[in-house]
Design a protein around this ligand. Structure first.
Ligand code: CP
Length: 290
């Protein structure tokens, strides 16, 4: 299949190539793909990924179709394959898909049009991982030896699952922290307050209430007290350490209001970088380099 579905099969060299290209695009770009048409097919809610992909397409000169699943024939029972096959038949040059089913793309293997994964279940969110990596690379200039901890709702997080694999392959020392009920063993566990004092990157994760099968064991107040990033904790971080969060954020649950845009936060920079990463990925796929 063409496009970008997961980072698992991409070499570290190719990942670095995408980041380098995104950084180049951040310095200036031109609309090289006028006449191309792409669509965003989001079956789950999104602000950043959907509109960042659309901004990337517009920056490249690509015409954008925004698919509304609730006003489409999906409501009449149309399958995912039939929806995507329809967009292929319409002559589109690519689609971005977000879906709640893990590995939804397994049923799309006959599709020849490029598919860009905007997130599948709790498994992959490749462009989020790439924008996280671009932000870290911009900050430190390298990956090797950096200590990163992802904190919070690990078990429901496609961001954590994608990042752990690729960050480890890039030579980063990757840890998880947070409540035991969300610890799925996907990386080495670290005490939260120890992580605050020793890590270069503190990556807070959203508590994904909409994915929980049972009520969280801690109250929101207890969670904030034990695992929330507040200003007292920020003041204990290393001088050059940074705060990241894929967003949307639950203010005053996993991160305090006054920390979201504090001096160490790179949360809005992550969003800005997302546009350039998506421009890089779309360009490289359309040019046959990815
Ligand atoms: N980070 C992220 O995927 O945000 P959205 O759900 O708003 O796209």
């Amino acid at each position: 299949m063409r496009g970008l579905l997961t980072l698992h099969d991409l070499s570290v060299n190719k990942i670095q190539e995408i980041i380098n290209y995104a950084l180049k695009l951040k310095g200036g770009f031109s609309k090289n793909y006028v006449g191309k048409k792409m669509a965003t097919l989001f079956f789950e809610n999104s602000t950043r990924t959907q509109y960042s992909f659309q901004t990337a397409m517009l920056n490249l000169g690509i015409d954008v179709i925004s698919f509304n699943a609730k006003a489409s024939s999906v409501q009449k029972g149309e399958t995912l394959y039939d929806t995507v096959r329809t967009f292929e038949a319409l002559g589109l040059d690519g689609v971005v898909i977000r879906h709640s089913v893990d590995n939804y793309f397994a049923e799309l293997e006959n599709i020849k049009m490029p598919i860009f994964n905007g997130g599948d279940g709790a498994s992959n969110h490749p462009t989020q991982c790439l924008l996280d990596l671009m932000t870290i690379y911009e900050e430190f200039g390298h990956f090797e030896g950096l200590k990163v901890c992802m904190i919070g709702d690990i078990s429901h997080s496609r961001v954590a699952h994608g990042n752990i694999d690729v960050m480890t392959r890039l030579g980063m020392d990757v840890y998880i922290a947070g409540p035991e009920e969300f610890n799925d063993g996907s990386a080495k566990h670290l005490d939260f307050d120890e992580a605050i004092k020793t890590c270069d990157v503190i990556m807070m994760l959203r508590v994904q209430f909409e994915r929980h099968q049972a009520k969280m064991q801690l109250t929101e107040k207890e969670y904030f007290n034990r695992y929330g990033l507040n200003m007292d904790r920020v003041l204990k971080m290393k001088d050059k350490a940074i705060i990241m969060h894929p967003a949307p954020v639950n203010r005053n649950i996993e991160i305090a209001d006054d920390v979201v845009e504090c001096q160490k936060s790179r949360i809005y920079k992550q969003m800005t970088n997302g546009v350039y990463v998506r421009m890089a990925v779309i360009s490289m796929v359309l040019d046959g380099e990815l």
